[in-house]
Ligand binder design. Structure first.
Ligand code: FES
Length: 112
């Protein structure tokens, strides 16, 4: 089973984490199942950017991005060439190293 290493994130994973993730699982699901509460404002339907992650290792092993994902990512905070929406990025057979960005843009929350 591929390993997904999560780099330390002050709020969500202060010490980082190492997850065993079955092939075919989205990075977002893997995080949530392991108690790392990444935001997922649109319920993983590829309609927000709150689940944005940066895949530091293993990026090329992931499934291709759809156009909607690319368009949304353009609006994400801290976009990098290895950015993905974690609910759309499916773990394949390679280990991954994933960074959760410091901020997300969550309009729903900002309005409160
Ligand atoms: S949870 Fe909204 S795009 Fe992933």
């Amino acid at each position: 089973m591929p390993k997904v290493i999560i780099l330390a994130h002050a709020q969500l994973a202060p010490e980082g984490a190492e997850l065993d993730v079955p092939t075919g699982t989205s990075i977002c699901e893997a995080l949530l199942e392991n108690g790392i509460e990444i935001e997922h404002a649109c319920d993983m339907s590829c309609a927000c950017t709150t689940c944005h992650v940066i895949v530091r290792k293993g990026f090329n092993s992931l499934n291709e991005q759809e156009e909607t994902e690319e368009d949304l990512l353009d609006k994400a905070w801290g976009l990098e060439p290895q950015s993905r929406l974690s609910c759309q990025a499916i773990v394949a057979h390679e280990d991954l190293v994933v960074e959760i960005p410091k901020y997300t843009i969550n309009h729903a929350k900002e309005n409160h």
